[in-house]
Design a protein around this ligand. Structure first.
Ligand SMILES: *Cc1c(COP(=O)(O)O)cnc(C)c1O
Length: 374
């Protein structure tokens, strides 16, 4: 089965990992800081904290934003459930705002209509790798006194109005799962410009431990002394995986370019196929395409999904609206809440897109899809 996404691992990646395996530090060593420094360069110079997954990154970001029980977190339903689940786990009430019909990104006007006194965080999702409308989202978040979070699991390396993803929100989260643009097998990171938030993120990732005597309540106990002031978890990304991250980031420009090329080819090759809506792109963004999301009109998405899979082409659907998951349904979230996200979901189909996809493989995807739809 041709997958919808997969990692690209070169010999240089393998060598980077084995070098660390033969060294002294499997975790908490020098590769961690080196990876975070490389990441910060992609994030417009904003300091980064590496963690064990994109999900951990969201959990850490919400903790750094001081999300507490009873706070509201407004986000898009057109995302992987982790964007909302991690806020719910901190006791927040998740408020779903609808998306723009063409990009599938969080609609700033929909957020404005829902924002209020209890809104602690607004979380945008750069769907498919296309940055959301950050100027408008910033205005809405500021107006509500809320922290702006970007779930950039799809969009590392992308830019909005010439500003890189990582520098657009107060806190930005990345995922390094194998289907994403850069991989560490499992992994993630949080970019935080504010030193306080950055420190809180770094502490939460490491059990909440306070090791600097200047910050301890009892600094004179002895060299072994450490304190926990707020609960945290162990979300540390090991050196073995950070080394893979460093070598993958060296390839990020190439990954972005090949993905861009494949998206351009899809746009041309699928232009005249009936019953398809191709992904939109705003003039002022430079996406890092993670997905190639087409929409299959006329109620034929299920049929096309099944027939593509039967032909050995591993298409995917991104995403079931988050509040359709039974865990949210059981909390009282009703279908129909965000009609534009539901309409997008009903037609969405992600075609194979990854750097090592060959032109010939892509041609086969296009011919199979056209054969079904004509
Ligand atoms: C992949 C993804 C996540 C979760 O990342 P993991 O590394 O798989 O935990 C969160 N949000 C979005 C939008 C994603 O695509």
């Amino acid at each position: 089965m041709l997958p919808y996404g997969r990692q690209s691992i070169a010999e240089t990646d393998v060598e980077a990992v084995t070098r660390v395996l033969r060294g002294d530090w499997l975790t908490t060593g020098p590769a961690v800081g080196a990876f975070e420094a490389e990441l910060a360069r992609w994030a417009g110079g904003v300091p980064c904290v590496s963690v064990t997954s994109g999900t951990a990154a969201l959990h850490v970001a919400y903790a750094a934003a001081e999300v507490r029980a009873g706070d509201e977190v407004i986000t898009s339903p057109l995302t992987f459930v982790a964007t909302a689940a991690t806020a719910a786990l901190l006791g927040a009430r998740v408020v779903f705002a609808d998306v723009q019909p063409d990009t599938g990104n969080l609609d700033p006007d929909a957020v404005a209509a829902l924002a209020g006194r209890r809104t602690r965080v607004v979380t945008a999702v750069d769907y498919a790798g296309h940055p959301a409308d950050y100027d408008e989202l910033r205005a809405v978040a500021d107006q509500a006194g809320a922290t702006l979070v970007a779930d950039a699991a799809h969009s590392i390396g992308a830019a909005y109005k010439d500003r890189p993803v990582g520098s657009l929100a107060d806190l930005t989260t990345f995922s390094f799962f194998p289907t994403k643009t850069v991989t560490t097998a499992e992994g993630g990171a949080v970019a935080a410009a504010d030193p306080e938030r950055h420190a809180r993120a770094a502490r939460f990732r490491n059990h909440g431990l306070v090791r600097d005597p200047a910050e301890q309540r009892e600094p004179d106990v002895g060299g072994w002394h450490q304190e926990v002031h707020e609960f945290g978890l162990n979300y540390r990304l090991p050196d073995v995986l950070c080394a893979l991250g460093i070598s993958q980031l060296r390839r990020l420009a190439g990954f972005r370019e090949r993905r861009r090329e494949l998206v351009s080819r899809y746009n041309v090759l699928l232009r005249d196929v009936p019953g398809l809506t191709l992904p939109a792109q705003r003039a002022y963004v430079s996406p890092s395409w993670h997905l190639y999301p087409v929409r299959v009109r006329d109620g034929r998405r299920r049929e096309v999904y099944d027939r593509m899979r039967a032909a050995g082409i591993g298409v995917q659907v991104n995403y079931v609206p988050a509040y359709w998951h039974p865990v949210f349904a059981d909390l009282g979230y009703r279908r129909g809440l965000c009609p534009r996200a539901e309409a997008y979901y009903a037609e969405e189909l992600s075609l194979p897109l990854f750097p090592d996809l060959t032109d010939a493989q892509q041609d086969r995807v296009v011919e199979t899809l056209a054969g079904i739809l004509v």
